[in-house]
Design a protein around this ligand. Structure first.
Ligand code: 13P
Length: 255
């Protein structure tokens, strides 16, 4: 039984003070939501993690914490970077890895994502591994080959027990922040394909247990149709996660 995961990726938005307000509002809005049915995660910028962690603990909100990135080495002389161990010490559960903005804007490649996945597991974090095709790759019908390459690379050398707990987010780049979503059918087709890629790597049992998310202009109005697809186990939400009412409405739409 795969528990639905709705994760809010705040990207480079919200100071720790703004983040506190947002989390308090979300915490109140989803107070009646059963955490056994849907797990809700917030992924603030690094600078807000400590504050949000304290708030979640103090007010006992049913929210888990995620980070948006981490460095690929465990420690050392890497000025400006943040380690997996530092995140773990803040009670961070999830770390988003290989987001298309990091790949496209900051030049992160498949090998780096793979290293990060391994280092994340080593520290006890669960990766949310992102994959997805550009608009031109979509038009050229290269979606499958792109996500297959990304997933095979990200999970290379990762044992089945770890893969079982991993989360993969399919985020078509052309749908991110554009208001354009993949149709539920199209998203389902690609997400099911991703599950088959994982199945070929580590077996159907593991692939069937892992959670696969859709991301790209998810809103309260389209969440239900997307999340009711058989292989889509939740959403990675960008813009709509910055508004408490909209984000909470997405959570409620899938319960
Ligand atoms: P939007 O929901 O703003 O399209 O962003 C999706 C995303 O990139 C989440 O990681």
């Amino acid at each position: 039984m795969r528990v639905t995961l709705i994760a809010g990726n705040w990207k480079m938005n919200n100071t720790h003070l703004e983040g506190m307000r947002l989390v308090q509002q979300i915490g109140h809005e989803i107070a009646d939501v059963n955490p056994q049915k849907v797990e809700v995660a917030v992924c603030p910028p690094f600078t807000a993690l400590r504050t949000i962690q304290t708030l979640i603990d103090a007010d006992r909100y049913d929210l888990v914490l995620g980070a948006q990135n981490m460095y690929l080495a465990e420690e050392g002389a890497f000025t400006g970077e943040i380690s997996a161990g530092m995140l773990k010490a803040l009670n961070v559960t999830y770390v988003i890895l290989g987001h298309s903005e990091r790949r496209e804007i900051l030049g992160e490649n498949d090998d780096e994502v793979n290293l990060k996945v391994k280092v994340a597991y080593g520290a006890g974090l669960t990766p949310i591994i992102c994959c997805g095709e550009t608009e031109s790759e979509h038009a050229a019908e290269e979606t499958r080959s792109k996500v297959e390459r990304q997933i095979q690379a990200a999970l290379a050398g990762v044992g089945p027990d770890r893969v079982r707990s991993a989360v993969i987010a399919y985020e078509p780049i052309w749908a991110i922040g554009t208001g354009q979503t993949a149709t539920p059918k199209e998203a389902q087709t690609t997400v099911a394909y991703i599950r088959s890629v994982v199945s070929d790597m580590v077996g159907a049992d593991v692939a069937g247990a892992m959670r696969l998310l859709y991301g790209g202009s998810v809103k309260a109005g389209n969440a239900k149709a997307l999340m009711s697809q058989p292989d889509i186990d939740g959403a990675l939400v960008g813009g709509a996660s910055l508004e408490a009412a909209e984000f909470s409405a997405i959570v409620k739409a899938v319960t």
